[in-house]
Design a protein around this ligand. Structure first.
Ligand code: ADP
Ligand code: ASP
Ligand code: MG
Length: 423
């Protein structure tokens, strides 16, 4: 008997009919003899609606109150799933993050999971009840409700799977969504994208952090840290999806496995800073204190002055500008400018560690397509380019084509002809 944590995303619980279908899927897994724990997201776009509602009442609501409001979305769907299960003769029990004991740090809106208690879940399972946990939320040490960042229900699911040690009994964390697996790029933007049968945690983490919204990046970190196999699959289809797991030796054979897009970035540039030792540490400490995630950094120096550009998600731009403004005021030197309308396109693959020529191929393809590259960043397994936002989606398609990702790979992409056999 395996322990399964089954997570259903917003589109998979968007209306009463879908909620009933989700309950049927949970009931089937339970009837097969598995120990099942469900995690659900808020119905459809209800989190967006709650944020709109808050903004109508207050243009800049306190994050604590926004979390209290947003967390209600998941509570609605988990109570409804419990009711739908009851109709099938299964006793489900809806649980909030606080009831389960999902302890987080204090950063409202982007809290990190610190610890998960397992006794409540074990208690419910031992009594034959199916726990349905509200995703995306936790509780800080003072008892206040926190949320884990947009898309954070994936993290709840993988963190619970880690706490329940699902790999011990052959279980896994199943992420049910509106796409049948992880593709070589977002299939909504790149119609030629193909589904991957499996992908390593390392590659999935890069893809997710670089914009592949199918998985929350922090969920992948949990998966890797605690060895939780993650199965991404379609909530309305029975087919196998994509397995995210440890890297296997042949994975290095593939240079680029996928491409991703971050469509909406902005940049804050601080010019005329004194070139003194330790200045960067002070600036980025101030940015980190606000919980802002920096996308990339460029530093240039001329004579005795320094320029630092910080690229962030558009949603973090205003706060980054405020912090940078305060920093310059305190220094008593320098000036500030803000750019909007940027995007980032990236190619990812573990094989880059052992293959060369990836960067040149990517830059040439973008150049041939007339897409200007404004900045480049690389790691062992990724290459990213900042481009004007209007070229973002086209840039993603260009990269996909440049690395012939539509051809898939025998071992890693599914639904593809066996290329060796075809030769
Ligand atoms: P859920 O509400 O189930 O959490 P999300 O909207 O968060 O669903 O994630 C699913 C979406 O992720 C898909 O509809 C797809 O457009 C998008 N996506 C982005 N990149 C990829 C990718 N590489 N593979 C599959 N889907 C992707
Ligand atoms: N409901 C939250 C969101 O829309 C969390 C999630 O769906 O994972 O971001
Ligand atoms: Mg999601």
């Amino acid at each position: 008997m395996a322990t399964l944590v089954m997570k259903f995303g917003g589109t998979s619980v968007a209306d009463p009919d879908l909620i009933r279908r989700c309950a049927l899927r949970l009931a089937a897994a339970s009837a097969e003899g598995h120990r099942v724990v469900a995690v659900v997201s808020a119905m459809g776009h209800s989190t967006d609606h709650l944020i709109d509602l808050a903004e109508k009442v207050s243009p800049a609501p306190r994050r604590r109150e926004l979390d209290a409001l947003m967390a209600t979305g998941e509570q609605v769907s988990c109570a409804l799933v419990a009711m739908a299960l009851a109709e099938l003769g299964i006793e489900g029990v809806s649980l909030t993050g606080a009831q389960v004991g999902i302890h987080t740090d204090d950063s409202h809106g982007r809290a990190r999971v610190l610890r998960i208690e397992r006794h409540r879940l074990e208690h419910e399972l031992a009594h034959g009840r199916l726990p349905i946990v509200a995703g995306f939320q936790g509780i800080r040490s003072n008892g206040d409700i926190t949320t884990l960042g947009r898309g954070g229900s994936d993290t709840t699911a993988v963190a619970l799977a880690a706490a329940l040690d699902v790999s011990r009994d052959g279980g896994c964390c199943e992420i049910y969504t509106d796409v049948d697996g992880v593709y070589t790029a977002d299939p909504r933007i790149v119609p030629q994208a193909v589904k991957l049968a499996r992908i390593s945690y390392e590659e999935m983490l890069e893809l997710a952090a670089l914009g592949a919204g199918v998985m929350h990046a922090r969920a992948v970190i949990f998966g890797e840290k605690f060895g939780v196999p993650i199965h991404v699959r379609h909530s309305q289809k029975p087919d196998a999806g994509t397995i995210i797991s440890e890297e296997t030796p042949d994975m290095e054979e593939i240079t680029v496995i996928g491409a991703a897009l971050k469509p909406d970035l902005g940049r804050v540039t601080l010019r005329g800073l004194p070139a003194v030792v330790g200045l960067q540490g002070r600036l980025f400490e101030a940015i980190a204190k606000r919980g802002i995630l920096v996308d990339d950094i460029v530093q240039t120096e001329s004579q005795d002055a320094m320029t630092i550009s910080v690229t962030v998600e558009h949603g973090d731009l205003a706060e980054t500008k405020t912090v940078a403004g305060q920093f310059i005021t305190e220094l008593g030197r320098g000036d500030l400018s803000v750019e909007v309308g940027l995007a980032k396109v990236s190619a990812v693959g573990t094989g880059m560690k052992s293959h060369s020529g990836v960067a040149s191929r990517m830059f040439r393809a973008l150049g041939d397509a007339g897409i200007p590259i404004q900045n480049i960043t690389t790691s062992e397994i990724k290459i990213s380019c900042i481009v004007p936002r209007e070229h973002g989606e086209h840039g993603l398609r260009v990269i996909h084509q440049a690395f012939e990702l539509e051809k898939g790979d025998r071992s890693r992409a599914v639904d593809q002809p066996d290329r060796a056999a075809a030769q």
